[in-house]
Ligand binder design. Sequence first.
Ligand code: MF3
Ligand code: CO
Length: 251
Amino acid sequence: MAVTIKSKHEIELMREAGKRLEDVHNQLAEIIRPGISTLEIDQFGEKAIRKWGCIPNFLNYNGYPASICVSVNDEVVHGIPHADHILQDGDIVSLDAGLIYEGYHSDAARTYGVGNISEEAARLIRVTKESFFEGIKFAKPENHLFDISAAIQQYVEANGYSVVRDLVGHGIGTHLHEDPEIPNFKQKRKGIKLRPGMTLAIEPMVNEGSFEVAWLDDDWTVVTEDESLAAHYENTILITEDGCEILTLSE
Ligand code: MF3
Ligand code: CO
């Protein structure tokens, strides 16, 4: 599938999809505390998405059984919410959420500390978020896609962490996953030239230890192979005439 350029009208819909998802994430941030189950987080998130009149796009995607991916500690992404998985003081938790508004998808992830977390865990969360912003410094027309990838890896590794190789970011629009694939690490090629109207989900997944990951038996939950902590940060962005606009974050 070719990389699509969104029209003015489509961009308006993508903006609205992004705004609504940002609000859902802001609501989710408020409920994170020791004692809440990952299933309660999912149920709250699904309700918030539906209250906006939107559809949770992860639910039933390739059989994924929930609306919010809740990944705790050494879980990198795609954790499945469970009633008996209770967040503990000192955990870190990644929430990945997405929705469909008028046929257009948004996708964003945040990682939070639960109660009091170690300085090292807080640094992992901060560096992961910062690596997204380092990457999107290169998100502008005439730059190449993999400039973003290399910048993310460079920043993460300079801070002593590693970027996951087995999962990547992606184009987004009328589908959750569109071309192009967006690795968070340097490529041998330059990648496509960025153009105004492209909408992309940039999502660094960062491990405290080695970049190697494994899949749990549920075939969804991705964990670090060395059981080190992992963090995830993602926004949907729009390439504009002179840079980019973050559609799922307005701060
Ligand atoms: N942010 C994730 C991604 O882009 C969400 C997909 S999770 C799934 O791939 F459950 F929907 F698969
Ligand atoms: Co994504």
